[in-house]
Design a protein around this ligand. Structure first.
Ligand SMILES: [Zn+2]
Length: 856
């Protein structure tokens, strides 16, 4: 479909809420600057809080990149200063290098008058035009002397201020913010910002920002100071390693890649043999399907070490950098606890406490007892160790960096500790600021997805609502101008009622319904379970919501609105006819039916694996259950619009509960999770059989939050797969449309991804469909309906349905196999005949002599 600019404009006009959210949060800094047609540096990002974070992250990555390209101290510091002058509104910033000449300390200008739009060439001071300060003159000298940051609010009142540079440059200094850059106890340089442009002086916040940004410059200046600059020869070595690192890159996620880049960059400054970085799992809250086994008492709760902020310590990946001998980088995904890099327990200890640990003589420490022989073929052993936490901006420990064996054989000292600490800090809050980075990544991808949502203009239009809520026809006015009761009178006439389309039946089929009929049936169900009145759902909102849900489904072969509706209908039938409603409150019933209708909204006709393989932005946004998480978000995106929000008259606690259930219900439709909940569900059914009285069991269950959630999750699966239980005429047709959609994905894999699809998605193996269906029924589906019919005998029709379909598919499979066998036999007979003929021919030709050549 093609969408014009007008369409997008119209959509945004009609959806101010969406537009606001979109522009407030979902655009990148650069994009806004572009929209405003201004250079990025003149856009005031203070008004776009999250954006400035994103932009900050980009700047940090640029700086890392510069460091990677070459260790050009001036260039890096220049960029930092330019950024600082913009952020704190300083008229100009300068860098003064500290040095000693003939035993006398002095400061010399290196970068002068850096402002937010300055160019490096204009600010870099060549040696012959340096301005040199002795330490006893001026504020800069004072800062170098006292080694303390100063914020001079008014220079005329500061005794240290000297006007000699002002006189030299015809400039008037009013206020100054200056700080020394230290390496250990030594001053390396002084950085100064002068004249606040939007206020009388620099504020304490300016000072914080100033110092925060300077940690970059600090690192670079320290490195510069330590003269860890490398000769051309090692740089060639670096390039070689960079190239080999590319292979490693492929194994890393985006975030890890940034991290790796940063570490790789600084590796030249590390005075050690080898180092390893353990990356910590950042998830704080576990997924419901991992929490259930603990809640159900099937798994002991985690009692191991945790980080200071309460996360389980789980190193999900170790990156091992070997710098001795042949340089190499190794990535160890999900390392075992006895991996040499973890087995001392030191990284875990550091992650737990946040301490810096410096171990002088590993051989004498018990924790390194595991080291009975060299750790690699080169004979390498751990002699001394320095282990540090990597901390992000939020002070969370995101990983542990461990450095082994100082190059000169001596133990690591406080100089190393300091350097390593600033490195890890730098890593922590730049590359490993996963939060910001994640956000940046997600913003990018979200932008694409949001655009999709706009393009798909799903919202029910005013003319469309008249298809159902015919207020114009009945009363000659818009729905908003009608009383709830008037709307109810229309719906009473327009909705199909409970019996017309057999919505209470397990054998319901949508074949005789139009898509609009299905929307009406959906609305009808909310009335049937009595939630419209009880939760005061405005009827116009209910109609608009159901209509929009139907439009939110794409017109694809299988995962279209018809499938969405069928899942909602089966949920409704399981609850009512299947009697499962007795365990749940009306609020929960409403959440479950709504989840059914929403569960596949905006499906693209391809599965999760395809999203990953085709690098769809969705795959970058969600780590697992990619599509399911998108359906959920899309559903919530609709509900966020007041005109569609059927939950608008619930209180906060109710909304939270409904949303929580929707989270579980929709994610649970990921079949990959099905096997995780299977036994837990079976145990609940077993338990139910131990109760003689239904009433007692229902009373027990009503209070069992986790068990209710597990049953609900399994109900979602039962609904999603319910086509397999329908009468054969229905099942055989639906199975074909499922297969057709798979084949379409297979075609895409072949043409777009250049890959051979699996048999299920290969249209050239269409004849194997009956066999695939039988396998699917046996290994996945039967369990669900067998257990549900054991749980509630009212659900028996579904189990009978699947048994019948199994018989039908098996017959087709047998038929196909018989045909194959016949063909095979015919071929065999033909071959045998041909072979017999060949033998006969050969026999008759034996006389004509040998086939071997004779060389005479
Ligand atoms: Zn589905």
């Amino acid at each position: 479909m093609s969408v014009t600019k007008e369409d997008v404009g119209k959509f945004l006009d009609e959806n101010p809420v969406f537009a606001k959210v979109y522009y407030d949060k979902k655009l990148k800094a650069g994009a806004i600057a572009a929209v405003m047609n201004r250079p990025e540096s003149t856009v005031d990002f203070a008004t776009f809080k999250e954006l400035s974070q994103v932009e900050e992250a980009e700047i940090l990555f640029n700086l890392i990149h510069d460091m990677q390209e070459n260790v050009n101290m001036e260039k890096v510091v220049f960029k930092v200063l330019r950024r600082i002058s913009f952020l704190i509104h300083a008229d100009r910033c300068s860098l003064f290098m500290y040095r000693q000449r003939n035993g006398i300390a002095e400061l010399a200008t290196r970068l002068f008058n850096v402002h937010s739009s300055a160019e490096l060439e204009d600010c870099l001071v060549p040696p012959d035009s340096e301005i040199v300060f002795p330490l006893d003159i001026g504020v800069v000298g004072h800062v170098a002397h006292t080694k303390k940051t100063v914020n001079v609010k008014d220079v005329s009142e500061d005794s240290h201020f000297s006007p000699f540079v002002d006189e030299l440059t015809e400039y008037t200094t009013k206020n100054i913010l200056a700080t020394p850059i230290m390496n250990g106890k030594e001053v390396v340089a002084v950085i100064m910002a002068i004249n606040k442009t939007d206020g009388p002086f620099f504020t304490p916040e300016d000072q914080d920002l100033f110092l925060k940004y300077l940690s970059f410059a600090t690192l670079n200046l320290k490195i510069y100071h330590l003269s860890y600059l490398h000769s051309c020869e090692t740089r060639r070595g670096q390039q070689l390693l960079l190239w080999s690192a590319n292979k490693v890159f492929e194994e890393l996620t985006d975030i890890e890649r940034q991290f790796h880049k940063a570490l790789y960059t600084v590796r030249a400054y590390l005075n050690c043999d080898r180092y390893s970085v353990g990356l910590l799992d950042m998830t704080k809250e576990k997924e419901f399907f991992d929490v259930w086994p603990v809640l159900m008492g099937e798994q002991a709760p985690y009692k191991g070490p945790v980080t200071p902020d309460g996360r389980e310590i789980n190193f999900y990946k170790v990156i091992d950098y070997i710098l001795h001998g042949k340089e190499e980088i190794k990535v160890i995904p999900t390392p075992p606890a006895d991996h040499w890099a973890l087995s001392s327990g030191l990284p875990t200890y550091v992650a737990e406490t946040g301490f810096i640990c410096n171990i002088m003589n590993a051989a004498s420490e018990d924790m390194f007892n595991f080291q009975k022989e060299p750790l690699d073929s080169s004979g390498w052993t751990i002699k001394n160790v320095l282990s540090l936490p990597i901390v992000n901006k939020k002070e969370e420990i995101v990983g542990v960096a461990t450095f082994y064996n100082r190059k000169d054989g001596k133990p690591f000292d406080d100089q190393d500790e300091q350097l390593m600490e600033s490195l890890t800090q730098f890593l922590g809050w730049s590359a490993l600021n996963t939060d910001t980075y994640d956000k940046m990544n997600k913003l990018e991808n979200r932008k694409d997805i949001a655009q999709d949502m706009v393009l798909y203009h799903v919202k029910c239009r005013n003319d469309e609502i008249q298809d159902i809520l015919k207020t114009k026809e009945y009363y000659g006015c818009e729905p908003a101008e009608c009383e709830e009761d008037e709307l109810f009178q229309i719906l009473k006439k327009e909705l199909p009622g409970p019996t017309k389309f057999e919505i209470y039946e397990f054998h319901f089929s949508d074949f005789d319904c139009t898509e609009l009929d299905l929307v009406k049936c959906g609305i009808q169900m909310y009335y049937e379970v009595g939630v419209v009145k009880k939760f005061q759902i405005p009827q116009e909102v209910l109609v608009r919501f159901m209509y929009s849900v139907s439009k939110g489904y794409r017109k694809i072969t299988y995962h279209n609105w018809r499938h969405g509706f069928n899942v909602g209908q089966t949920m409704f039938t399981l609850l009512t006819t299947g009697q499962l409603k007795q365990y749940y409150t009306d609020l929960e019933v409403m959440a479950m039916i709504t989840s059914g209708f929403l569960h596949d909204i905006d499906h693209r006709g391809t599965n999760n694996l395809y999203q990953v393989k085709s690098q769809n932005p969705l795959a970058k946004l969600h780590g697992s259950s990619i599509l399911e998480r998108h359906h959920l978000e899309f559903g919530k995106f609709l509900l966020a619009d007041e005109s569609l929000n059927i939950y608008q008259n619930l209180n906060r606690r109710q909304v939270e509960h409904v949303m929580h259930l929707m989270d579980i219900a929709i994610i649970a439709t990921d079949l990959a999770l099905y096997f995780k909940k299977r036994t837990m569900f079976q145990k609940i059914v077993d338990l139910s059989e131990t109760y003689e009285e239904r009433k007692k069991w229902v009373d027990f269950m009503a209070l069992e939050t986790t068990r209710k959630e597990i049953v609900m999750a399994m109900m979602m699966t039962a609904c999603d797969l319910s086509a397999i239980t329908k009468p054969w005429e229905v099942q055989s047709k639906v199975a074909l449309s499922v297969a057709a959609e798979f084949w379409e994905q297979g075609d895409l894999e072949r043409t777009v991804l250049n890959q051979q699809p699996i048999p299920m998605m290969d249209r050239y193996k269409a004849a194997e469909l009956p066999k695939l269906q039988c396998g699917f029924i046996d290994f996945v589906c039967t369990f669900v309906y067998k257990e549900f019919s054991r749980f509630h005998k009212e659900i028996q029709p579904m189990y009978d349905g699947i048994l019948n379909n199994k018989k039908e598919w098996k017959a087709k499979q047998d038929e196909y196999e018989a045909k194959l066998k016949a063909i095979e036999e015919a071929n065999k007979a033909k071959e045998e005949a041909a072979a017999a003929k060949q033998t006969a021919n050969n026999a008759s030709s034996t006389g004509s002599g040998s086939k071997t050549c004779c060389v005479s």
